[in-house]
Write a protein that binds this ligand. Structure first.
Ligand SMILES: *Cc1c(COP(=O)(O)O)cnc(C)c1O
Length: 398
């Protein structure tokens, strides 16, 4: 049977299908398979190898035992919506109406999908930073939008303000930022966020901000763009429990926005998953209510892991950009004689027993060349795993 239709054109455009009609395997799948096959340490995919807070895990077990196993309300369970609203007030001083301005989603991924599909029509432009989280390119293509990017370049991976001004025009429907930024670890400074708000006003664009790493910053302040003057009424803030509570498999996310934008996103979301994860929702509410010390210690522990892996990579001979946030560090393999990080990543299991991913996996075909020698390593792993990885990587320097 031949199944064909416009979805194939769309999927091919998004790089989801190869020209012969098979699902294109991503470099992530290829590298995870390589880690499996070789037994190498997998620093490719960004998931923690330790469990999150015991209270949160216990709350999910309790919820199942208590019979919270059927469809939750379309907007999400009131206890979690209230916890999200309280969290926004506690950490950012934002007063949020839990009944009209919060929507619980199947992870940040569904929040992104529903938001892009709700806001972007065929031909509308979406501006993102580049490199970008891989789902952004796919989702913009599924909405038949046009993807424009603003490069983050070395040193420092900060966007140039003139390039940002040039990228946003009256054709721009959405400015989609990711802050703190995966894969570079950049935490956007206030001046850049102010410019984004100014441009959104000037060109009547909506700001969509993916802040799943909001609590994973190292000695710098994370500024939610929604806290800036004039931002809130045109911003969709997206976050998720996965990274904050080391529960990436639970897929509980949320959006916080105006009642009008929440309604627009809900109109799409109800036909994607409708709802998800009933017993996990009250458990994430427990997590969001944990004391300040949990959030501080989680970031502190991760910062020490960042330093451990960064130092190992430097000793191995990479040029390392030490990140201010996220799970990831970017290392330049050019000093080691590798111009093509994809080639290095395919050889790395044999050379050093480690798997990583090339930054080109987060770039458009057009710009991948500018990032060719850069590699992303995840440091959200146990200390002894990172120590072993660092020792093995030191072989490269010899
Ligand atoms: C992990 C990640 C997501 C996906 O979050 P889920 O809650 O697992 O769907 C979205 N954006 C970025 C930048 C991420 O790193």
């Amino acid at each position: 049977m031949t199944i064909s239709g416009s979805w194939q054109r769309t999927a091919r455009g998004a790089g989801l299908l190869s020209p012969d009609g098979r699902i294109a395997s991503t470099i992530f799948a290829e590298m995870s398979a390589l880690a499996q096959a070789t037994g190498a340490i997998n620093l490719g995919q960004g998931f923690p190898d330790e469990d999150g807070p015991a209270e949160v895990l216990e709350a999910a077990r309790r919820a199942i035992a208590d019979g919270i196993n059927q469809y939750p309300p379309g907007l999400g369970m009131p206890v979690l919506r209230q916890a999200v609203a309280t969290h926004q007030q506690r950490f950012y001083g934002l007063t949020v109406d839990a009944d009209r301005e919060v929507l619980i989603t199947a992870g940040a991924t569904e929040a992104l999908a529903a938001t892009i599909l709700a806001l972007v029509d065929e031909g509308d432009e979406v501006v993102t930073l580049e490199p970008f989280y891989d789902a952004y390119g796919g989702l913009i293509a599924l909405a038949r939008g046009v993807h424009r990017t603003v490069p983050l370049r070395l040193p420092g991976f900060l966007p140039d303000h003139d390039e940002l001004r040039a990228a946003v025009t009256d054709r721009t429907k959405v400015i989609l930022i990711n802050n703190p930024h995966n894969p570079t670890g950049t935490v956007l400074p206030r001046e850049t966020l102010e410019l984004i708000v100014e441009l959104a006003h000037e060109h009547d664009a909506v700001i969509v901000t993916d802040e799943v790493y909001e609590h994973l910053v190292f000695g710098v302040q994370h500024i939610p763009v929604a806290t800036l003057p004039g931002a809130r009424e045109r911003t969709v803030t997206i976050s998720s429990a996965g990274k904050t509570f080391s529960t990436t498999g639970w897929k509980i996310g949320w959006i916080v926005s105006t009642p009008e934008l929440v309604t627009a996103v809900l109109a799409v979301k109800q036909f994607l998953t409708y709802v998800n994860g009933a017993p996990f929702q009250p458990a994430v509410a427990v997590g969001l209510g944990l004391p300040e010390s949990y959030f501080r210690e989680t970031a502190g522990t991760l910062q020490a892991k960042r330093d451990l892996l960064s130092q190992g990579l430097e000793k191995a001979g990479f040029d390392v950009t030490v990140p201010n946030g996220t799970y990831f560090v970017v290392a330049d393999a050019a000093p080691l004689g590798y111009r093509d990080a994809a080639t290095l990543c395919r050889e790395l299991p044999a050379l050093a027993g480690v798997v990583a991913v090339p930054i080109s996996a987060f770039c458009s075909d057009e710009h991948a060349g500018e990032y060719a020698s850069l590699v992303r390593f995840a440091f959200c792993k146990k200390v002894d795993v990172l120590e072993r990885a660092a020792a093995q990587l030191a072989r490269l320097g010899r």
